[in-house]
Design a protein around this ligand. Sequence first.
Ligand code: EPZ
Length: 423
Amino acid sequence: MAEVIKIEGGHELSGTVRISAAKNATVALIPATVLAEGVVTIFGVPDIADVGALSTLLRELNIDVTNLEDHIIVDTKHIQNAPLISEAASKLRASYYFMGALLGRYKEVTMRMPGGCDFGPRPIDLHLKGFKALGATVDYDPKEGMYHIKAEELRGTRIYLDFASVGATINIMLAAVKAKGRTVIENVAKEPEIIDVANLLTKMGARIRGAGTDTITIDGVEHLHGCTHEIIPDRIEAGTFLIIAAAMGKRIIVDNVIPQHLDALISKLQEMGVEMELVGDSIVVYGRKGQLKAVDVKTQIYPGFATDLQQPMTALMTQAQGVSHVRETIYQTRFKQCEELNRMGAKCQTEAPMAHIEGPTQLMGCDVSATDLRCGAAMIIAGLMANGVTTIHNVYHIDRGYDGIEGKLIALGAKIWREVEED
Ligand code: EPZ
């Protein structure tokens, strides 16, 4: 028995959708609470599966975790460092932030290899390079799939990231905030989620400068204390809804966004001919008046076009007049959604790192699979546009990253529901 999402396509959508807090900030902020000697309250926590897995890992460290309606209270009073060996650690890639946080607090961590979406190799060599530069030794037991990372002392140093990796930037920051002396990390990622984590650490008493620029400077401190924090809105969920609005909206207000986090997507949608209005922390989208124009997209590190929005964007491109071209420079094989779109009648041709989408094509509802989180988003968008009913399998991927997406779509007039089907 497995849950599926069904969508009856073709219904015009209207109304307001309020964006939840950023998944990719949340999954770093929760492990970061390990560093605080005290109580950390984080407001705005989205109701996504990853939060459950991370709370399990906190509890494995004997940390008191209270998950309330929209906030989480973490009390590390009785914390005990312990090997993180449960299934939870392999449920999501972001569990690796416990490496940096436990190394930062205890100079020792043992945990299983992280999990996460499957679109090609997802190494953590840059994370480990940073830990070693700070003075840690890294042992990996391939039989157990376990990392053991330990340091007599963590000393500040200069670290250059060969690639502006989001995960490595955050993980090294977590390991360095209590290291002795100054750490300078160069060629870091500049995603807004990194700034949010730096803000939490600063509230705890860390000394961090430059988050959001190419270089982050950290002066180690002895102790970090409790604090409260409000998570930033999810720019990827917001972008997903802008694309949904462009596809099927009459007039949709996407509320609780930080528009400049979406500059690249907004300009691409405008290039396609989508009419939008930026009003404070909302974006009003007037759906397709006439035909959408084909566009070219190249994914890049922030503030370029987000790779996480590439997959939802390819669904919209199936309706654009002409051939759209996508170049994936972050995860070169992140195109599993194209095969699923083609099952619905799209004309996508992929030769990694490129994809070419010819439009407009009439999509027909059928059985498709959410092969990963953002492919799931692309399937929802395609289902909303298709003739007939689309059945999306492997919906657990979608539940990892979108808080209550059916409820939000139903409120806009979509015909979307869940069923349990025989395997
Ligand atoms: C984060 O993953 C996001 N996940 C991803 O979002 C997002 O796609 C990605 O950043 C890029 O924006 C979270 O924040 C939890 P990276 P992360 O390290 O940190 C290579 C979603 O859908 N690399 O910036 O893993 C890597 O192989 C998810 O919400 C190394 O080579 O991304 C990739 O090609 C999917 N060695 C590139 O860098 C390393 O040590 C970008 O990876 C680390 C990364």
